[in-house]
Design a protein around this ligand. Structure first.
Ligand code: NAD
Length: 542
């Protein structure tokens, strides 16, 4: 037993590499893109450290070239979910009792492996499987993922050090126990870093997981699982279970040993999981912890004192990077009539400049949306706007799924502040704008606050700092991540802890102590040095 008190100071954020033409990182990544494009993997389940093949398979294709098969994957059924629960419970015995610094060492090794040897592998898989360009993959599957791992180790050391005081004659302490059971980690397609963190933050606190990856992110998630194992993660600590969410969810949630759900994805899915847990209450060993980050209808509010160029740049990047498939993506904007013509003109220029296509061509700023279901859903919103008397498509609007699932960056202008696309999450490159009269700024702020059920991210623009403060106060509950004179996307671990409330989730702030504490059940221990032997109060002895 090593009795050192380890110190893990806050790390520096992983630097974002430039991928300039001819740079070593660009050459390595291009070679890896070629390698992964020329093979077809057969992706198994990984349960208790062993590969399991069920023969019930699905396909992994490139969203930007959907005839190109990257892999087939095996799907878990009832038997495999039950096997995974057994393995997770068995692994829990040793993992939860290990010195926490041993667990931390494995996470830090994963971070170092991904920062070096496997950076190109994880970025290439994220680019090809999830259709991210060089930059979007680098900030997600390399940098944010690594930051989550390193920061959480530092946050955990702070958390474990948080102890109660002891009076004379007693010793008090809090033991941060792992949850009593397994954690069900259910991850979305859009961030490889989130998929990792949904597992690794509970795992750091001594828990074991059943991991249900998103079907459209299986390639990168499988490579990640292999890096975990190479870093020394013991068998059964994370059990990788691709397959149908409803099948895996049913058997995981029915288990009395379900101790928590760590979820990121849509509001509808989280509501289903929550209801299922409710239906099983009474069967559980303990109340499962439910932490879920869900959808958004993220806004940009433009005060008349704003710099139009700053607004158009933020709207363009916030709404269209990674095809608008960030939970934080700007999808509605409130613009004053005095500024809107300049903002629109500038956005038109930028959209004209950028190219859309394959991720391997670095000139393509815009790539494909994730799959056909998503493509059809986005196209249906655009068609709805095209056919509505209350809206007009002022930028883009074309969709083509012949080769890949391509949707042009699109701006809808509406005269109805409650228009469908001002309220509902679309999850694509579509920004809806409502133009208000400059004199009606207060009414427009009220609309911004009350139009959508979500509360994830939002931005306010303005040079009049007092007006900006008033608007920020009125929008206090409209966003869990709020930006002043910046786009509402691009939160960085350790700098802008992420999460929203209202219909956007439980706001446990991924990448911070608030999240880690959800995966621990504290035990308070009081030791009395000399135990009392007389029951009487002092005055009774007189
Ligand atoms: P999704 O809800 O469709 O899927 C998320 C995961 O849930 C997938 O692994 C899916 O297979 C699984 N799932 C689906 N039905 C299930 C069921 N009945 N039981 C168990 N698991 C089930 O979401 P998505 O399309 O992958 O991701 C996009 C959504 O995620 C958007 O709404 C976006 O806003 C949200 N998101 C939120 C954040 C955040 O931090 N707030 C971050 C990223 C994404």
């Amino acid at each position: 037993m090593n009795n050192a008190i380890f110190s893990f100071p806050l790390p520096n954020n992983e630097p974002v590499k430039s991928y300039l033409n001819g740079s070593p990182e660009r050459v390595t990544l291009e070679n890896e893109l070629k390698r992964q494009s020329s093979i077809q993997l057969d992706i198994p389940l990984i349960i208790g450290g062993k590969e399991v093949r069920t023969g019930n398979t699905g396909k992994v294709v490139m969203p930007h070239d959907h005839h190109h098969l990257l892999a087939t994957y095996h799907k878990a059924g009832e038997k495999e979910v039950k096997m995974a629960i057994e393995c997770a419970m068995e692994a829990h015995k040793q993992w939860s009792e290990l010195e926490w610094t041993t667990r931390a060492a494995i996470l830090l090794k994963v971070a170092d492996l991904l920062a070096g040897k496997y950076r190109a592998v994880i970025n290439a898989a994220t680019m090809l499987g999830q259709s991210k360009n060089f930059f979007q993959a680098e900030i997600d599957s390399a940098c944010e993922l690594i930051d989550f791992l390193r920061y959480n180790v530092s946050f955990a050391s702070k958390l474990y050090a948080f102890q109660p005081k002891s009076a004379a004659g007693q010793i008090n302490s809090v033991e941060y126990r792992a949850l009593e059971g397994f954690v069900f980690a259910v991850s979305p397609f859009n961030f490889t870093s989130i998929a990792s963190n949904l597992n690794m933050s509970p795992v750091l606190m001594g828990n074991t997981t059943l991991w249900k990856p998103a079907t459209t992110a299986i390639l990168s998630n499988y490579y990640l699982m292999q890096v975990y194992m190479e870093a020394g993660l013991p068998a059964g600590v994370i059990n990788f279970l691709p397959g149908s969410g409803s099948v895996i969810g049913k058997y995981a949630i029915e288990s009395p040993h379900l101790a928590g759900i760590h979820f990121t994805g849509s509001c509808a899915t989280f509501n289903t999981l929550w209801k299922q847990v409710g239906e099983n209450l009474g069967n559980y060993v303990s109340y499962p912890r439910l932490a879920g980050e869900t959808g958004g209808k993220d806004f940009i509010f433009v005060h008349p004192s704003s710099d139009a160029k700053a607004v158009s740049t933020a709207a363009f990047c916030g709404a269209f990077e990674f095809q608008g498939q960030k939970c934080s993506a700007a999808s509605r904007m409130y613009a004053p009539a005095s500024l809107w013509p300049a903002v629109l003109e500038d956005m038109k220029k930028m959209v004209k400049e950028v190219k859309m296509g394959d991720v391997c061509d670095p000139d393509n700023y815009i790539n494909a949306v994730i799959d056909e279901t998503s493509f059809d859903n986005i196209a249906s919103y655009i068609d709805y706007a095209r056919n509505s008397k209350d809206a007009e498509i002022v930028i883009g609007g074309k969709c083509d799924k012949t080769k890949g699932y391509f949707v042009e960056p699109t701006v809808i202008l509406t005269t109805d502040p409650h228009f469908k696309s001002m309220k509902e999450e679309i999850f694509g490159p579509v920004l809806t704008v409502y133009v208000y009269k400059d004199a009606d700024v207060d009414a427009a702020v009220e609309l911004c606050n009350t139009t959508s059920p979500y509360g994830l991210t939002g931005a306010v623009f303005g040079q009049d700092r007092v007006a900006v403060q008033n608007i920020s106060d009125k929008l206090r509950y409209a966003a869990g991540n709020f930006y002043i004179n910046d786009k509402p996307t691009g939160a960085v671990v350790g700098m802008q802890p992420f999460g929203g409330s209202r219909a956007s989730g439980t706001n446990d702030k991924a990448g911070g102590e608030f999240n880690l504490i959800r995966w621990a059940i504290p035990r308070t221990i009081k030791e009395t040095l000399v135990s009392p032997t007389d029951y009487r109060y002092p005055y009774m002895k007189e």
